[in-house]
Write a protein that binds this ligand. Structure first.
Ligand code: SF4
Ligand code: SF4
Length: 447
């Protein structure tokens, strides 16, 4: 198996889905390094799972890459300092996911001194599968597409789940976002290297990189590199939303269907995001944990849309300022893209490991999101790639009918936002279903 599938005949996809405007205004903008922030606010929870406990104190002098939060529990990930300087506070702070979170506030000394413990891990050939999983855990790497699930947990399936396929998600199907696209163009060697590391960690022979056909330059670049490998293949995917959803991606590439309520490992697959794969390569090659990430700053409400490499903990406000500031009065600021992103009530929140983008919409554009009553058109039902009844689930959520929402399989919702996108009444269906999911999970935990 070599090279790529580039003919029209071979373009892969899934059933259903929607076609929002791509709005990839920043696709040709090379990644720009953001200024070193004067102060960073680093939340001790930037991942799904248990929060970290601080391992530094107010007044400590620390360096870049030094651990500042130790995970408590298997499903967790450590956090590290993204600057050198002094810890000035350990306090709760607004977090882009919603509630306030305990955070370490560090004032940069401007020296950007690297912690002594940061050293390359050596050749991939010299590392065992366990070495790779351990270094991924130590480096605090989580799913950087937005899900923020700790990566080493994903790479440690139970013994009865045989994994035979690794897929790198290069679809970047979310409108506006181009950070993964730029990474594939500017760091293609890292994507191949990171994929090989993941395959070794899982003892897997088959690696795929799935890329939507609206990124021909990335397809070409990675296909050339994949030709030099025996077991890595670039698969061209139809540009359709949510092509990058794990279940949709696995179906498009392997033809396997993840069962209702199931995980990719149940069909022998593990999916990793492009940013995560790059972070793994960086950690192995340099020893530097996850302290910065590439994100897209875009939308009608920002003067100079860009792709930027930003230190974790930098306030959104500072990042937006480096993109020329707001274009008029902003109507809406979203972390991520318009389909799955989270609306923000403040731009003082920090960039976290899962910040794939900052989307700013003008007041005029934000009006498109104002809801009206349901007209019972069922377009949301037709668009749902998980075969759910979004309108009914949203209704149950509004009425706090959590048992009914569970019965109607709310937990199968992948939060893709396709229902909200097609809804002519602009009802925030995905937000309501997300709430129902969290209530069902909380109820199960209580039991
Ligand atoms: S119900 Fe969930 S999975 Fe279905 S379209 Fe809406 S957000 Fe996507
Ligand atoms: S798409 Fe919107 S208006 Fe149409 S049925 Fe679904 S919720 Fe109602």
């Amino acid at each position: 198996m070599k090279g790529s599938e580039t003919s029209q005949m071979n373009i892969k996809t899934f059933k259903g889905g929607v076609h929002p405007p791509h709005a990839k205004f920043t696709k040709d903008k090379p990644i720009e390094k953001a200024r070193l922030p004067e102060k960073v606010i680093i939340p001790l929870q930037q991942h799904i799972g248990a929060p970290c406990e601080p391992v530094v104190s107010v007044g400590d002098n620390i360096k870049v890459g030094q651990k500042i939060g130790e995970p408590k529990g298997f499903v967790s990930a450590p956090v590290h300092s993204s600057v050198s300087g002094k810890v000035v506070a350990i306090e709760t702070h607004p977090h882009p996911i919603g509630s306030d979170v305990l955070s370490v506030v560090i004032e940069s000394d401007g020296k950007d001194e690297v912690f002594e413990g940061v050293k390359p891990y050596g050749d991939l050939d010299s590392l065992t599968a366990d070495d790779i999983k351990n270094l991924i855990r130590e480096s605090g790497i989580v799913g950087m597409g937005g899900a923020t699930f700790p990566t080493q947990v994903k790479l440690s399936p139970p013994p009865d789940k045989k994994i035979d396929t690794v897929i790198i998600n290069g679809a970047e199907c979310e409108p506006y976002l181009t950070a993964d696209h730029r990474l594939m163009l500017e760091k293609p060697e890292n994507i191949i290297f990171g994929l090989k590391a993941i395959m070794k960690a899982l003892g897997v022979e088959n690696g795929y990189i799935g890329i939507e056909d609206n990124k021909p330059d990335a397809i070409e670049k990675l296909s050339k590199l994949a030709e030099q490998e025996n077991n890595i293949k670039v698969v061209v995917l139809r540009t359709k939303y949510p092509q990058g959803g794990e279940k949709q991606l696995i179906y498009a590439i392997t033809g396997r269907e993840v069962p209702s309520g199931g995980l990719p490992m149940e069909v022998g697959a593990v999916v990793q995001n492009v940013g995560t794969t790059n972070a793994i390569a960086t950690a192995i090659k340099t020893g530097m944990p996850l302290i910065e990430r590439v994100l897209t700053v875009t939308g009608s409400g920002v003067k100079q849309p860009k792709n930027m490499l930003v230190r974790i903990g930098t306030p959104f406000k500072e990042v937006i300022e480096q993109c020329g500031g707001f274009n008029g009065t902003p109507g809406k600021v979203i972390m991520g893209g318009p389909m799955m992103g989270l609306a923000q009530s403040s731009v003082e929140v920090p960039v976290i490991k899962g910040t794939s983008g900052i989307l700013v919409l003008t007041k005029q554009d934000a009006k498109m999101f104002e809801p009206r009553p349901c007209i019972k058109c069922a377009r949301c039902v037709d668009a749902c790639p998980a075969y759910l009844l979004p309108t009914r689930l949203a209704h149950f959520s509004e009425k706090a009918m959590w048992d009914e929402a569970e019965e109607y399989n709310a937990l199968d919702c992948i939060e893709c936002g396709s229902c909200s996108f097609v809804c002519p009444a602009k009802i925030p269906l995905v937000q309501r279903i997300r709430l129902a999911k969290s209530q069902i999970i909380a109820k199960r935990k209580k039991k």
